[in-house]
Design a protein around this ligand. Structure first.
Ligand code: RAM
Length: 331
Protein backbone atom coordinates (compact mmCIF):
# COMPACT_ATOMS: atom_id res chain seq x y z
CA UNK A 1 0.00 0.00 0.00
CA UNK A 2 1.34 3.41 -0.93
CA UNK A 3 2.01 5.85 1.85
CA UNK A 4 -0.79 8.12 0.65
CA UNK A 5 -3.27 5.25 0.48
CA UNK A 6 -2.26 4.11 3.95
CA UNK A 7 -2.80 7.62 5.24
CA UNK A 8 -6.24 7.81 3.63
CA UNK A 9 -7.29 4.43 5.00
CA UNK A 10 -6.10 5.41 8.47
CA UNK A 11 -7.94 8.72 8.23
CA UNK A 12 -11.14 7.00 7.11
CA UNK A 13 -10.77 4.47 9.91
CA UNK A 14 -10.34 7.18 12.56
CA UNK A 15 -13.31 9.10 11.14
CA UNK A 16 -15.44 5.97 11.46
CA UNK A 17 -14.16 5.45 14.99
CA UNK A 18 -15.07 9.04 15.82
CA UNK A 19 -18.63 8.67 14.51
CA UNK A 20 -19.03 5.39 16.35
CA UNK A 21 -17.73 6.94 19.53
CA UNK A 22 -20.40 9.65 19.28
CA UNK A 23 -23.08 6.98 19.25
CA UNK A 24 -21.45 4.57 21.68
CA UNK A 25 -22.51 6.63 24.68
CA UNK A 26 -25.79 8.36 25.33
CA UNK A 27 -26.20 11.93 24.11
CA UNK A 28 -25.88 14.25 27.10
CA UNK A 29 -28.41 17.07 26.84
CA UNK A 30 -28.50 19.74 29.54
CA UNK A 31 -31.92 21.26 30.18
CA UNK A 32 -30.88 24.59 31.69
CA UNK A 33 -33.72 26.45 33.41
CA UNK A 34 -34.06 30.04 34.64
CA UNK A 35 -33.97 28.83 38.24
CA UNK A 36 -34.48 25.59 40.13
CA UNK A 37 -37.43 25.10 42.48
CA UNK A 38 -39.96 26.38 39.92
CA UNK A 39 -42.84 23.92 39.33
CA UNK A 40 -43.15 25.01 35.70
CA UNK A 41 -39.61 23.86 34.96
CA UNK A 42 -40.08 20.65 36.96
CA UNK A 43 -43.02 19.88 34.67
CA UNK A 44 -40.86 20.64 31.62
CA UNK A 45 -38.24 18.25 32.98
CA UNK A 46 -40.89 15.56 33.22
CA UNK A 47 -41.43 15.99 29.48
CA UNK A 48 -37.68 16.01 28.90
CA UNK A 49 -37.42 12.63 30.62
CA UNK A 50 -40.30 11.33 28.48
CA UNK A 51 -38.43 12.38 25.33
CA UNK A 52 -35.24 10.74 26.60
CA UNK A 53 -37.07 7.48 27.21
CA UNK A 54 -38.67 7.57 23.78
CA UNK A 55 -35.45 8.47 21.95
CA UNK A 56 -33.51 5.83 23.88
CA UNK A 57 -30.04 7.38 23.57
CA UNK A 58 -30.35 10.51 25.72
CA UNK A 59 -29.29 11.44 29.25
CA UNK A 60 -31.00 14.62 30.45
CA UNK A 61 -29.07 16.81 32.86
CA UNK A 62 -31.67 19.02 34.56
CA UNK A 63 -29.89 22.05 35.93
CA UNK A 64 -30.04 25.78 36.61
CA UNK A 65 -29.12 28.38 39.18
CA UNK A 66 -30.93 28.97 42.47
CA UNK A 67 -31.65 32.59 41.50
CA UNK A 68 -33.01 33.58 38.09
CA UNK A 69 -30.07 35.71 36.93
CA UNK A 70 -27.95 35.64 33.78
CA UNK A 71 -24.67 35.68 35.79
CA UNK A 72 -25.65 32.53 37.64
CA UNK A 73 -26.72 30.85 34.39
CA UNK A 74 -23.35 31.69 32.79
CA UNK A 75 -21.61 29.81 35.62
CA UNK A 76 -23.86 26.79 35.09
CA UNK A 77 -23.18 26.82 31.34
CA UNK A 78 -19.42 27.12 31.81
CA UNK A 79 -19.47 24.03 33.96
CA UNK A 80 -21.54 22.15 31.35
CA UNK A 81 -18.94 23.07 28.71
CA UNK A 82 -16.22 21.68 31.00
CA UNK A 83 -18.27 18.48 31.44
CA UNK A 84 -18.39 18.17 27.64
CA UNK A 85 -22.14 17.78 27.31
CA UNK A 86 -23.35 17.22 23.75
CA UNK A 87 -26.18 19.74 23.80
CA UNK A 88 -27.54 22.62 25.85
CA UNK A 89 -31.23 23.61 25.80
CA UNK A 90 -31.62 26.81 27.79
CA UNK A 91 -34.49 28.99 29.02
CA UNK A 92 -32.63 32.29 29.27
CA UNK A 93 -32.66 34.91 32.00
CA UNK A 94 -31.29 37.43 29.47
CA UNK A 95 -31.30 37.33 25.67
CA UNK A 96 -27.87 38.96 25.19
CA UNK A 97 -25.83 38.27 28.31
CA UNK A 98 -25.67 34.52 27.58
CA UNK A 99 -24.47 34.94 23.98
CA UNK A 100 -20.67 34.86 24.61
CA UNK A 101 -20.74 31.69 26.75
CA UNK A 102 -23.14 29.95 24.36
CA UNK A 103 -20.96 30.93 21.40
CA UNK A 104 -18.05 29.33 23.22
CA UNK A 105 -20.15 26.17 23.65
CA UNK A 106 -21.01 26.07 19.94
CA UNK A 107 -17.36 26.62 18.97
CA UNK A 108 -16.59 23.48 20.95
CA UNK A 109 -19.11 21.46 18.99
CA UNK A 110 -21.94 21.62 21.52
CA UNK A 111 -25.44 21.94 20.05
CA UNK A 112 -27.23 24.96 21.55
CA UNK A 113 -30.91 25.77 21.47
CA UNK A 114 -33.11 28.03 23.58
CA UNK A 115 -36.67 27.25 24.58
CA UNK A 116 -39.33 29.06 26.66
CA UNK A 117 -37.22 32.22 27.11
CA UNK A 118 -35.00 32.94 24.14
CA UNK A 119 -31.37 33.78 23.48
CA UNK A 120 -30.43 36.28 20.73
CA UNK A 121 -30.03 34.67 17.33
CA UNK A 122 -26.22 34.55 17.33
CA UNK A 123 -26.12 32.62 20.63
CA UNK A 124 -28.16 29.58 19.61
CA UNK A 125 -29.04 27.39 16.64
CA UNK A 126 -32.79 27.70 17.14
CA UNK A 127 -35.38 28.92 19.62
CA UNK A 128 -38.62 27.19 20.56
CA UNK A 129 -41.40 29.47 21.80
CA UNK A 130 -44.27 27.86 23.69
CA UNK A 131 -46.82 29.78 21.57
CA UNK A 132 -47.00 32.73 19.27
CA UNK A 133 -45.72 35.80 21.21
CA UNK A 134 -48.47 38.14 19.96
CA UNK A 135 -51.13 35.62 20.91
CA UNK A 136 -49.77 35.28 24.47
CA UNK A 137 -49.59 39.07 24.84
CA UNK A 138 -53.20 39.46 23.78
CA UNK A 139 -54.34 36.49 25.88
CA UNK A 140 -53.00 37.91 29.16
CA UNK A 141 -54.86 41.21 28.65
CA UNK A 142 -58.03 39.49 27.47
CA UNK A 143 -58.02 37.30 30.60
CA UNK A 144 -58.32 40.49 32.67
CA UNK A 145 -60.63 42.37 30.27
CA UNK A 146 -63.15 39.51 30.06
CA UNK A 147 -64.02 40.09 33.73
CA UNK A 148 -63.92 43.90 33.58
CA UNK A 149 -66.81 44.96 31.34
CA UNK A 150 -66.58 48.50 32.69
CA UNK A 151 -62.80 48.60 32.27
CA UNK A 152 -60.40 49.81 34.96
CA UNK A 153 -56.84 49.89 36.26
CA UNK A 154 -54.68 46.79 35.91
CA UNK A 155 -51.00 46.16 36.69
CA UNK A 156 -48.50 43.56 35.55
CA UNK A 157 -46.36 41.54 37.96
CA UNK A 158 -43.64 40.01 35.81
CA UNK A 159 -40.65 37.70 36.37
CA UNK A 160 -37.16 39.28 36.05
CA UNK A 161 -36.76 42.56 34.19
CA UNK A 162 -34.42 40.89 31.66
CA UNK A 163 -36.51 37.75 30.97
CA UNK A 164 -36.84 37.49 27.19
CA UNK A 165 -40.21 35.76 27.19
CA UNK A 166 -42.08 37.96 29.68
CA UNK A 167 -40.66 41.14 28.11
CA UNK A 168 -41.82 40.06 24.66
CA UNK A 169 -45.31 39.17 25.95
CA UNK A 170 -45.63 42.50 27.82
CA UNK A 171 -44.57 44.40 24.70
CA UNK A 172 -47.14 42.50 22.65
CA UNK A 173 -49.80 43.17 25.31
CA UNK A 174 -49.08 46.91 25.27
CA UNK A 175 -49.40 46.93 21.51
CA UNK A 176 -52.96 45.58 21.47
CA UNK A 177 -54.19 47.52 24.50
CA UNK A 178 -55.25 50.87 22.97
CA UNK A 179 -57.16 49.43 20.05
CA UNK A 180 -58.58 46.18 21.35
CA UNK A 181 -59.01 46.97 25.05
CA UNK A 182 -59.53 50.76 25.26
CA UNK A 183 -61.19 50.60 28.69
CA UNK A 184 -58.27 48.77 30.32
CA UNK A 185 -55.61 51.04 31.79
CA UNK A 186 -52.21 49.51 32.51
CA UNK A 187 -50.93 51.56 35.46
CA UNK A 188 -47.67 49.75 36.34
CA UNK A 189 -45.33 46.87 35.55
CA UNK A 190 -43.24 45.46 38.41
CA UNK A 191 -40.78 42.57 38.65
CA UNK A 192 -40.75 39.71 41.18
CA UNK A 193 -37.81 37.82 39.60
CA UNK A 194 -39.67 34.47 39.73
CA UNK A 195 -38.93 34.57 43.45
CA UNK A 196 -41.89 33.94 45.75
CA UNK A 197 -40.87 36.38 48.48
CA UNK A 198 -40.01 39.21 46.08
CA UNK A 199 -43.19 38.60 44.04
CA UNK A 200 -45.24 38.75 47.25
CA UNK A 201 -43.67 42.10 48.19
CA UNK A 202 -44.24 43.47 44.71
CA UNK A 203 -47.90 42.39 44.73
CA UNK A 204 -48.41 44.03 48.13
CA UNK A 205 -46.73 47.19 46.83
CA UNK A 206 -49.07 47.34 43.83
CA UNK A 207 -52.17 47.06 46.02
CA UNK A 208 -50.89 49.84 48.26
CA UNK A 209 -49.88 52.21 45.47
CA UNK A 210 -52.98 51.64 43.33
CA UNK A 211 -56.06 51.35 45.56
CA UNK A 212 -58.34 51.26 42.52
CA UNK A 213 -56.58 48.29 40.98
CA UNK A 214 -59.07 45.84 39.45
CA UNK A 215 -56.68 43.15 38.26
CA UNK A 216 -53.11 41.93 38.63
CA UNK A 217 -51.81 40.20 35.52
CA UNK A 218 -48.82 37.95 36.26
CA UNK A 219 -47.40 36.28 33.13
CA UNK A 220 -45.28 34.02 35.32
CA UNK A 221 -46.32 30.88 37.19
CA UNK A 222 -44.37 32.03 40.26
CA UNK A 223 -45.71 35.58 40.33
CA UNK A 224 -49.33 34.58 39.75
CA UNK A 225 -49.38 32.30 42.81
CA UNK A 226 -47.77 35.00 44.98
CA UNK A 227 -50.27 37.64 43.81
CA UNK A 228 -53.29 35.37 44.37
CA UNK A 229 -52.05 34.53 47.87
CA UNK A 230 -51.69 38.25 48.69
CA UNK A 231 -55.20 39.02 47.38
CA UNK A 232 -56.54 36.13 49.47
CA UNK A 233 -54.66 37.19 52.63
CA UNK A 234 -55.68 40.84 52.27
CA UNK A 235 -59.38 39.90 51.87
CA UNK A 236 -59.52 41.41 48.40
CA UNK A 237 -61.25 38.49 46.69
CA UNK A 238 -63.99 39.92 44.48
CA UNK A 239 -62.25 43.30 44.36
CA UNK A 240 -58.98 42.40 42.62
CA UNK A 241 -58.91 39.60 40.07
CA UNK A 242 -55.56 37.83 39.68
CA UNK A 243 -54.82 36.40 36.28
CA UNK A 244 -51.99 35.55 33.90
CA UNK A 245 -50.05 32.36 33.22
CA UNK A 246 -50.43 29.68 35.86
CA UNK A 247 -49.68 26.03 36.39
CA UNK A 248 -53.09 24.42 37.17
CA UNK A 249 -51.64 22.12 39.87
CA UNK A 250 -50.28 25.13 41.79
CA UNK A 251 -53.16 27.50 41.04
CA UNK A 252 -56.35 25.45 41.42
CA UNK A 253 -56.95 26.70 44.97
CA UNK A 254 -57.14 30.30 43.75
CA UNK A 255 -59.76 29.49 41.13
CA UNK A 256 -61.62 27.58 43.84
CA UNK A 257 -61.50 30.46 46.35
CA UNK A 258 -62.36 33.13 43.76
CA UNK A 259 -59.07 35.09 43.89
CA UNK A 260 -58.91 34.37 40.16
CA UNK A 261 -61.56 33.89 37.51
CA UNK A 262 -59.34 32.35 34.84
CA UNK A 263 -55.72 31.88 33.79
CA UNK A 264 -53.93 30.36 30.81
CA UNK A 265 -50.88 28.26 29.95
CA UNK A 266 -49.54 25.81 27.39
CA UNK A 267 -48.49 22.28 28.22
CA UNK A 268 -45.09 22.58 30.01
CA UNK A 269 -44.51 18.82 29.75
CA UNK A 270 -44.81 19.01 25.96
CA UNK A 271 -42.49 22.03 25.93
CA UNK A 272 -39.68 20.22 27.77
CA UNK A 273 -40.26 17.13 25.64
CA UNK A 274 -40.01 19.18 22.43
CA UNK A 275 -36.84 20.99 23.54
CA UNK A 276 -35.04 17.68 24.11
CA UNK A 277 -36.35 16.26 20.85
CA UNK A 278 -35.04 19.22 18.83
CA UNK A 279 -31.67 19.31 20.62
CA UNK A 280 -31.26 15.57 20.09
CA UNK A 281 -31.97 15.68 16.37
CA UNK A 282 -29.64 18.64 15.80
CA UNK A 283 -26.86 16.88 17.74
CA UNK A 284 -27.30 13.33 16.47
CA UNK A 285 -29.11 13.41 13.14
CA UNK A 286 -27.42 16.67 12.21
CA UNK A 287 -30.76 18.24 11.35
CA UNK A 288 -30.02 21.69 10.05
CA UNK A 289 -31.56 24.68 11.80
CA UNK A 290 -32.25 27.15 9.00
CA UNK A 291 -35.18 29.39 8.06
CA UNK A 292 -38.00 27.36 6.52
CA UNK A 293 -36.77 24.03 7.90
CA UNK A 294 -39.50 21.76 9.26
CA UNK A 295 -38.32 19.75 12.26
CA UNK A 296 -39.96 16.90 14.12
CA UNK A 297 -40.96 17.24 17.76
CA UNK A 298 -41.98 13.60 18.09
CA UNK A 299 -45.45 12.97 19.49
CA UNK A 300 -46.10 16.74 19.66
CA UNK A 301 -45.86 17.12 15.88
CA UNK A 302 -43.64 19.38 13.78
CA UNK A 303 -42.39 22.96 13.84
CA UNK A 304 -41.20 25.20 11.02
CA UNK A 305 -38.43 27.72 11.69
CA UNK A 306 -39.05 31.38 10.79
CA UNK A 307 -36.46 33.87 9.51
CA UNK A 308 -34.90 34.06 13.01
CA UNK A 309 -34.74 30.28 13.39
CA UNK A 310 -37.58 30.49 15.91
CA UNK A 311 -40.68 28.37 16.04
CA UNK A 312 -43.78 28.16 18.24
CA UNK A 313 -45.38 25.08 19.72
CA UNK A 314 -49.14 25.49 20.30
CA UNK A 315 -51.76 28.04 21.42
CA UNK A 316 -52.30 28.47 25.19
CA UNK A 317 -55.30 26.86 26.94
CA UNK A 318 -57.54 28.73 29.31
CA UNK A 319 -58.32 27.34 32.76
CA UNK A 320 -61.30 28.29 34.90
CA UNK A 321 -63.79 26.62 37.27
CA UNK A 322 -64.99 24.30 34.50
CA UNK A 323 -61.70 22.55 33.73
CA UNK A 324 -58.91 23.38 36.21
CA UNK A 325 -59.57 20.27 38.30
CA UNK A 326 -58.82 18.00 35.36
CA UNK A 327 -55.63 19.84 34.31
CA UNK A 328 -54.37 20.22 37.88
CA UNK A 329 -53.80 16.47 37.90
CA UNK A 330 -51.58 16.61 34.83
CA UNK A 331 -49.33 19.69 35.41
C1 RAM B 1 -42.37 31.03 34.93
C2 RAM B 1 -41.13 31.26 34.12
C3 RAM B 1 -41.24 30.70 32.73
C4 RAM B 1 -42.56 31.09 32.09
C5 RAM B 1 -43.71 30.68 32.96
C6 RAM B 1 -45.05 31.07 32.36
O1 RAM B 1 -42.38 29.70 35.40
O2 RAM B 1 -40.88 32.64 34.08
O3 RAM B 1 -40.17 31.17 31.94
O4 RAM B 1 -42.70 30.53 30.80
O5 RAM B 1 -43.57 31.30 34.22
Amino acid sequence: MSFLKKLLVTAAFSAAMFVNAAYAENVKIALVVKSLGNGFFDAANKGAEEAAKELGDVDVIYTGPTKATAEAQIEVINSLIAQKVNAIAVSANDADALVPVLKKAMERGITVISWDSGVAKEGRQLHLNPSDTGLIGETIIKLAADYLPEGGDVAILSASSTATNQNAWIEAAKKVLPEKFPKIKLVATVYGDDDSAKSTDQAKGLLKSYPNLKAIIAPTTVGVVAAAQVVTDENLIGKVNVTGLALPSEFKKFIDNGASQAVALWNPIDLGYSAIYLAHDLAVKKDEAKPGATLSIGRVGKVTLDENNSAAMAPPFQFDKTNIEKFSKIY
